[in-house]
Ligand binder design. Structure first.
Ligand SMILES: O=C(O)CCC(=O)C(=O)O
Length: 255
């Protein structure tokens, strides 16, 4: 179901939207959680090979003790690893939201699982997604799906409303990460303007690729498993100025 005009207006004003109502029903949620957990356990111990710990500071991402201290675990391109996550890309309620915001010709930019384990889930610093991506035009949207209830205790999303209208902020490298992995970026954001966006399991929030956002550490006894799908209007160019015709077309046509 498409977004209501007032929801689209709200997104245009603020650069994010908490979606009203459930997008993933209980049965579907159970299946997604099982597949999500299976992929993380399968990849456990293979940091650097498809699994990243974004919370690692210092010398080595494969240093086991560093990995145990704080974990902000990421698996990219879940859709290419698991049929359930491939099907999720085509889940009508998600594509309807994307279509309401970026039009009917929709490609996947990428997807990712972002897992903050209970007690020692790490932080994600203030950033705008397009500081990483450098896509042109910067009109991508991300649907952030909660597989667990996500609130202020276990690291829900915090956003700065309206920040997407203020241009690209000056990002700095947050930490020295080693290997071939790029360092995380960070911005000195005006936290007084920040608002938390708690999302219940099976529900979602959507944000613009220029919206400043961040998530806090998870010190709670509850896991925070999230899945994010990043959608782009067909015809979007990558950082090298090339139209990304290779990305999966999810709805409509390639332009
Ligand atoms: O899930 C998180 O903790 C961070 C999410 C994020 O930065 C994003 O979806 O762009």
């Amino acid at each position: 179901m498409k977004l209501m005009p007032e929801e689209v207006e709200q997104f245009k004003r603020t650069g994010y939207l908490k979606i009203d109502g459930r997008l993933i029903d209980d049965e579907h949620l159970t299946v997604l959680r099982q597949h999500y957990d299976a992929l993380f356990s399968q990849k456990r111990g293979t940091i650097g090979e498809g699994l990243r710990n974004l919370a690692v500071v210092g010398e080595s991402e494969s240093d086991e003790s560093a990995d145990r201290a704080e974990e902000m675990l990421q698996i990219m391109e879940m859709w290419s690893l698991d049929e359930e996550f491939r099907k999720l890309l085509y889940h009508e309620p998600l594509l309807d939201i994307a279509e309401s915001l970026i039009g009917s010709d929709i490609q996947l930019f990428h997807d990712q699982a972002l897992y903050k384990p209970a007690y020692h889930g790490g932080e994600v610093y203030w950033h705008q997604d397009n500081a990483y991506w450098q896509c042109d035009p910067p009109n991508l949207v991300s649907i952030w799906i909660a597989l667990d209830d996500a609130d202020e205790e276990n690291g829900c999303m915090n956003v700065i409303p309206g920040s997407y209208l203020e241009g690209l902020a000056a990002h700095e490298r947050a930490k020295s990460e080693k290997g071939n992995l790029p360092a995380l970026l960070e911005v000195d954001a005006d936290v007084d303007r920040a608002v938390p966006v708690p999302v219940e399991a099976g529900c979602a929030m959507v944000h613009h690729c220029m919206t400043l956002h961040q998530t806090n550490p998870n010190r709670s006894p509850r896991d925070r498993r999230a899945m994010v799908v990043h959608y782009m209007p067909s015809g979007t160019r990558n950082r090298d100025g090339e139209v990304m015709t290779d990305k999966p077309l999810l709805r409509g046509k390639l332009t």
